[in-house]
Design a protein around this ligand. Structure first.
Ligand code: SAH
Length: 357
């Protein structure tokens, strides 16, 4: 599809330094770049006209050399527990979702990194979509900017988890630029500890990721034996548990931090006490903690949720093995907004109808 403006860079696809270079090339002083960057991130300007403290000729020059994509949700769906699912229709018609989760004194946003996903995990609904494309940095950061507008001061958006649609480390270039927007001095300046990137464990990218960004790392383990993990997560056939562990032991982790391991409990599949013992053994030597996530059922998968009692035993086994293990209940299941339920599809079918053509 030909996009008439596509030759002009979207300023929010660029690194802050590149935005500064553009302004320098237009003959502007460094403080102008800071002003523009504030408009791009803290103020989430939808267009150049909004940048009211820039002289009109400069705004015009900017719109001749660059463009801006303003992300606004096409639909917001609210769950009974206060969770909202935000649906976006992108420039090319592709659809993605983010999930905004209210907590006592803040909000957490679950961010998507790709349209669909190519990891093919057996229990994940996004996997059933296949892969369409990577998100641009502007489309990743844009989800955060849009969500900031939806929250109030009493509960600001302070926490991000890259656990929406897609595999973030399969879209490293965009991910790292977006993290610069989110964490950086000239961006949103969010706290590194509160921004977590979750991966299936692309072992060949872990070291590069760890060196490039201070964001927190979570790895979806889901099984600690090779045969079972290969069945659940095709990536394990490329990077075995042994390879993954070696990569995590070598990960450039800051002294006070730990790696989070996510473990989706699938009823009768990976939730036996013996699996917990295996997991505890696998964790040995790693600075880690385990987040247990009971499986959220959906049409696309033949798994069932674990029994309440089994979840408890699993957690107790880990704790008795001296592993920090927290139980994570995902929210928003009634609107398919819980972990592993994102498909950006069903909801929009209704929306299309309402919209007529
Ligand atoms: N690709 C990344 C991020 C997206 S998935 C990753 O795999 O980490 C985010 C988390 O949701 C992962 O831990 C995944 O194992 C989990 N998940 C996927 N489907 C789920 C489901 N149906 N119920 C509960 N958790 C699920």
């Amino acid at each position: 599809m030909e996009h008439p403006k596509s030759h002009k860079p979207d300023l929010r696809d660029l690194r802050p330094q590149q935005v500064q270079d553009i302004l320098t090339s237009l003959g502007e002083k460094p403080f102008r770049a800071r002003q523009v960057l504030r408009w791009l991130y803290k103020n989430a300007a939808p267009d150049f006209e909004t940048m009211s403290d820039l002289a009109k000729p400069l705004r015009q020059r900017l719109s001749q050399v660059a463009r801006l994509t303003a992300m606004a949700p096409a639909q917001v769906e609210d769950a009974a527990d206060g969770t909202s699912k935000l649906l976006y229709v992108l420039d090319d018609g592709a659809r993605i979702e983010s999930v905004l989760i209210p907590e006592a004194d803040h909000h957490t946003l679950c961010v998507s990194s790709q349209v669909g996903c190519r990891q093919g995990c057996a229990f994940c609904r996004t996997a059933t979509l296949g892969f369409t494309r990577n998100l641009r940095p502007a489309e990743i950061t844009g989800q955060v900017l849009a969500a900031r507008r939806l929250v109030d001061e009493a509960r600001p958006l302070t926490n991000l988890v890259f656990m929406g649609m897609g595999e973030p480390l399969d879209n490293m270039a965009s991910l790292l630029i977006s993290l610069e927007h989110i964490l950086g001095e000239s961006g949103l300046q969010m706290s590194q500890r509160r921004v977590t990137v979750s991966t299936v464990g692309l072992a060949d990218h872990l070291a590069d990721f760890g060196r490039a960004t201070p964001a927190a790392l979570a790895v979806s383990l889901n099984a600690a034996n090779e045969g079972l993990r290969s069945k659940l997560m095709p990536i394990n056939r490329r990077f075995s548990l042994a390879t993954l562990k070696a990569a995590l032991l070598a990960y450039p982790l800051k002294p006070t931090r730990r790696i989070t391991l996510e473990y989706v409990l699938l009823g009768g599949v990976n939730d036996r006490p013996a699996h917990a013992v295996e997991l505890a053994r696998w964790c040995r030597g790693l600075k880690c903690k385990v987040n247990l996530i009971p499986f959220n059922p959906h049409e696309g998968a033949d798994f069932v949720a674990p029994a309440e009692a089994d979840v408890q035993v699993f957690q107790e086994v880990l704790i008795s093995e001296h592993i920090t293990a927290l139980l994570r209940r995902s929210r928003g299941a009634d609107i398919s907004a819980a972990c592993g339920q994102l498909a950006a599809r069903a909801a929009l079918d209704d929306w299309d109808e309402e919209d007529g053509d």
